[in-house]
Structures are given as C-alpha cells and as structure tokens.
Design a protein around this ligand. Structure first.
Ligand code: PGA
Length: 251
C-alpha cells in the first residue's frame, strides 16, 4: 500500500506570522486525520519558522529547490546538507517554474536528485507537459524523456526512495485541472515506464502525486484514481481550510 502524500508548495508566498498561523492550523488537521503523510514546502527563509510551528507533530518539512554542489562559491544557492540541517526530509526538484524561469534542465534535475539522495532527502521529482505539447500530442514523448533522463543511472533502490509529481504545466495556477481520467492516464504511463526501465516492484511502490489546480472541490475524484497517490498543491495550500479539506479527502 502506498501512503498518500499531500504536499503544500508555498512557492514565493507568506511572511513569518502567516506561515506560523497556517502551519498551526494544518497541524491541528493532521492530529485528526490518519494514514496521510503531510508535507509543507515553504520558502527557504521560512523553514525555521515552519519547523518551530510543526513541533513534534507528524507534519514533514521540505524545500522547493536545492543546488547540486555540497558547498562552495555558489552565491545565493542552498545545498542538500543545509536543508537536512534545517530539518527538511523532502525537496521538490525540477518544478516547471524552475525549468521555465531559472533554466533548470532534465540533466540538472538528475544532478539535484543525486545530491538530495546522497544527503538522505526524499526528492519530489516534477515532470509535466506544456499546453503546446499536450495539444500537439507529444505528452507521452515529453514525459518519457523527463522521467528517463531524471532516473538515468540510479539504482532501483534509489528510485524507490523518490516521489514523482506529475504536474501538467497548463494546469498549474490556471484553475484548469486535468480531468481525473487524463491525470490517471499519465500516472499509469509513468508507473509503466518505471516498471519497464527500472523495476516492477519499485514501480508498484513509488508514489506518483498530481499537481495543477488541485483543490478541495476536485481532490476527491483525483485521489480516487488508482495511480494517483497524493497531491502537490500550490495555491490551495496557502489556505488552511482548503488544504485541510484535501488532507481529509486523502485520508
Ligand atoms: P497550483 O500549483 O496548485 O497553484 O496549480 C501546483 C504546483 O505548481 O505545484
């Protein structure tokens, strides 16, 4: 059985007081729900604040990004060990906004996955097609390339430690969610790809979560799909009520 993962990607939002209040509300929700892993990914400067508000609850802490080198002259960057030191267990890698605005490539994604695994972090590896790619029918080709390059050269036991997030770019922050059937189709495709190229058992156990305008109103039907093991939630993760409702839908 794959434990559902509900992850909040706060992106570049919130100040300390808001972050504390939101985390406290989510901690209260998780104390009333079972069988769901809940993860918060605030901006770097809020990691300490969120960690303090998480306290000894089961809510997990993660970052939205990292750099692949362990230390050195890389102004502005944050390493995997720094994230571990800050209390992170997870890190989002290759989000489409990083690919689109900050030059992240399939190859840099792979280097970052390696750095995360070496430090003991769980990478949440994001893949997804743009609207143009969806419309010209190249979704399977794009997903196959992104997944294969990201996972290239990793051993099955390493892949088993990852989480994959399918985030169709056209659904992120647009209010346009993939239909449960469309999302399920791609999730099954990714699982099948991992089964063929990595290992059958690893494919069965790996969590593939969905992201792109997931909210309280559509979480139930998305999470009901066989191959959807949770969500990576942007906008709706900034509202305690919405995010709590998604956690409840997963439990
Ligand atoms: P959204 O973002 O829920 O606001 O669409 C999801 C994401 O980018 O992870």
């Amino acid at each position: 059985m794959r434990t559902p993962l509900i992850a909040g990607n706060w992106k570049m939002n919130l100040l300390r007081a808001e972050a504390s209040a939101l985390t406290e509300a989510i901690v209260t929700t998780t104390s009333q729900t079972n069988g769901v892993e809940v993860l918060l990914c605030p901006p770097f400067v809020l990691l300490d604040t969120v960690r303090a508000a998480i306290g000894d609850s089961d809510v997990e802490l993660g970052a939205q990004h990292l750099y692949s080198e362990p230390s050195g002259a890389y102004t502005g960057e944050i390493s995997a060990t720094m994230l571990v030191d800050a209390g992170c267990k997870f890190v989002v890698i290759g989000h489409s906004e990083r690919r689109q605005f900050f030059g992240e490539t399939d190859a840099s994604v792979r280097h970052k996955i390696k750095a995360a695994l070496d430090a003991g972090l769980t990478p949440v590896v994001c893949v997804g097609e743009t609207l143009e790619e969806r419309e010209d029918g190249s979704t399977p080709k794009v997903i196959e390339r992104q997944v294969s390059v990201a996972l290239e050269r990793f051993k099955p036991e390493e892949v088993a430690k990852m989480v994959i997030a399918y985030e169709p770019v056209w659904a992120i922050g647009t209010g346009k969610t993939a239909t449960p059937e469309t999302a399920q189709e791609v999730h099954a495709f990714i699982r099948n790809l991992i089964s063929k190229s990595v290992d059958k058992q690893v494919a069965k156990g790996i969590r593939i979560i969905y992201g792109g305008s997931m909210k309280a109103a559509n979480a139930d039907e998305l999470l009901a799909q066989t191959d959807i093991d949770g969500g990576l939630i942007g906008g709706a993760s900034l509202k305690a009520e919405e995010f709590s409702a998604i956690i409840k839908a997963a439990s």
